[in-house]
Design a protein around this ligand. Sequence first.
Ligand code: BG6
Length: 493
Amino acid sequence: KKADATIIIIFGGTGDLAKRKLLPAFYNLFLEDWMPDKFAIIGLGRTPLDDEQYRERLHEGLVEFSRTKPDKSKWDSFKPAISYFISEINKEGSYKELAKKLDAQDAEWGTRANRLFYLSVSPQFIEAVTVNISKAGLASDAELDRIVIEKPFGHNKETAIELNNMLTQTFQEKQIYRIDHYLGKETVQNILAFRFANALFEPIWNRNYIDYVQLTVAEQVGVEERGDYYEGSGALRDMIQNHLLQVLCMIAMEPPVSFQAEEIRNRKVDVLRAIRRIKPEEVHQYAVRGQYADGWLEGKKVPAYRNEPDVNPRSNTETYVAIKFFLDNWRWQNVPFYLRTGKRMQEKTSSITIHFRPVPHSTFANSQSDSFMNNRLTIDIQPHMDIRLRFMAKKTGLEMDLNPAEMIFDYDKCSTQTPEAYETLLLDAMLGDATLFMRSDQVEEAWDVITPIQEVWENRESLDFANYAAGTWGPESAEALIAKEGHVWAVNL
Ligand code: BG6
């Protein structure tokens, strides 16, 4: 299904996101015939550029970042839809001019097009943009007009509530698309299909059969050029509050009645509500933080976090977090959910591991058979994408020896190329499907979950940072966090 005529308006049109992610996503949607028959993309920025210069910039982005490299004739048919509009975020006049441009486009097409406002701007500008959109009457139609907002959605629970209140003065909740790109990832979306389109797994998807769950999102990159932003954020806000908690919701949610946006989002918010809030005095038992020292990654020496550009040389910002959560509900009582994420880890890998309980009685002499680690399901999110079920099997031979074996669903074996997360999400936003976007209550609950940790960490001064070398799996205390329960982080097995 394609959307009706749509005008996409990108605030921050000359920024990195537009070049790296948004335009490549629209271009690939265009190649695969998913763009509306009538569409226009307007990039907004202060830099004086003409349309041709702007297109040229975006073309460079396609060459570098698009999964399909631009082909001359396809680009030639795509690029007339792109234009550039010089504007000042804080000037009402700019929005009036923009209104004229949008109206002219509608007049040319003979229809009032959908308007998708994409706010790829720093958080401090969101208010100015929304207030001015409202004053100029740009998003006057609640059915046709939507805004897409990038994280961070606030800096803590209070500011998230303020932001949501401010947004809902101008837009209805159904017009607001809060993007979390992890939800657009193919492997993350597949969790819902895997769980709810098969009768096989759901009966064992609970505390009676599952011992514990792990989620690792490990990156090799450091903080790169984003020191300024990251210093005020840290891994807890940057990754746990959004991406990891959202993935946890997909793993832990109850079966939805339908695939409707509100239904899915209701089930997810139930999970966030069920997460046991950690008491301030217990934070040290449940959460571990780290910051990378210098080290070696793939044969190259890399600097410590404190020596990165725009980072305070005495910074206490965490670049690694591991947390143990419990969910207070019938399905998950007493099942630990371990989440960890870090920068400058040994490998780039994101995966979920569901560890099943050991067999109740060990029939075979072979000691491996009763190891609880041998019944597990791994969902590899990226870069390798697969689902692996590990079980015990007989070793071929005359003796009754056992070995762990795996059944693997490997995405590489599927013929089609995997779309990027932004393709899925932008298409959904154009179609008005909010299922994979975050509702305000999800965002606020997620902040509520991390608040105690955040507050304790902010107030405790003496830290032994840096406490892990770049190119390792993080601080030793993270191993200890889960070893207490006799558990181990999966990728280390
Ligand atoms: C972003 C974070 O939301 O996600 C970054 O701000 C992080 O710090 C990135 O690197 C990871 O996304 P992905 O898709 O590369 O796993």
